[in-house]
Write a protein that binds this ligand. Sequence first.
Ligand SMILES: *Cc1c(COP(=O)(O)O)cnc(C)c1O
Length: 427
Amino acid sequence: MSLQTLVEEASIPPASGSVSSIPFDSDSFNEAVMSTYGRFPLALEKGAGCRVWDTQGREYLDFVAGIATCTLGHAHPAMVEAVTRQIQKLHHVSNLYYIPEQGELAKWIIQHSCADRVFFCNSGAEANEAAIKLARKYAHTVLDIEKPIILTANASFHGRTLATITATGQPKYQKYFDPLVPGFHYVPYNDITAIETAISELDEGDYRVAAILLEPLQGEGGVRPGDVAYFQKLRQICDETGILLIFDEVQVGMGRSGHLWGYEHLGVEPDIFTSAKGLGGGIPIGAMMSKKFCAVFQPGEHASTFGGNPFVCGVALSVCQTLEKENILQNVCERGEQLRTGLKAIAAKYPQYISEVRGWGLINGMELAADISLTAGEVVNAAISEGLLLVPAGPKVVRFVPPLIVSQAEVDQALQAVDKVLAKITG
Ligand SMILES: *Cc1c(COP(=O)(O)O)cnc(C)c1O
């Protein structure tokens, strides 16, 4: 098949029922692939915009977007163009050399955030690892702390490497993987007294708090927005003590919240922040940003073979420019408002089943009542039967993270499907 045909194929939405299937059976899949995931019984093969098709040709409205990554949906012409152009030109050379695309993407991020410097890697966990290493070096060399401690929040999520599962304040991700990485301490989210107590109690001998790592809105932990007063007080404490304020923007950043960065909702700037999920529109890329004063890495102190290669940076830059050019943030605000209003109306119809609807922009959660047995997984399974893809955020929260290009009609269609699901479950 010629490249042109491939490109045309990718940008033309397939008709429902007419997808040519690759052979698929879940038994042989499960024998070959390590069983790290509990999967929904669905094999997806093709996508266009906010729609995907399974191997049977069945169509779904995609409100998962590859877990909040497919910023521009599937097969967006700008991505098809960027991927095609970049793979033909140059895709990987390593950081032994200057990579112009990497420089351009870094400049775009700096121009559109509070950051002064960018380090590129391949995932959210790696971006957080880089932030943890940077904070530790800063603690040793600038703050003169022998044994630096990083505070993180209960119910947080920061990734699956050893350091980032340790940073993650959820025991279920840590079980069986001890000994964990030393130097982390957990506090309740949105609780300023707990932070103040931890800072004063952990100041002993060689130990001292060096950094606070938080999500502006907790994603995996149940779509819980940060409290403005809490974060402003945190900024003040960090300014007074020299403690670094680090934000994990892996899920909420890159426009998903309706602002480009989640911290814009809180009216504070971090010293260091990380991005990944939405940054490449679904191409694997991670980034760690910092202010100039704490950009203390020297050559050789941190690295990634694939990090910031021409391919991912060329594509991510095109995603960023499209976000800006097509004024997608405005769509995120409007569609988010529409979605929350609709979900709240549904919640009002089923008050014994839904306890709260909350979120920012196009990251929203519908929390199920604590006193019933209904789980988010059950709602997601029922939604799949209605042709709508959703994803749980913890056992009791159903998460809505569609592509940022989602249309008014598509949000309406999703709301109708959710209403039908609730009618079935409660009826
Ligand atoms: C998904 C996520 C991560 C981990 O990203 P990976 O790319 O899976 O390593 C880290 N932090 C937050 C807030 C996330 O949502």
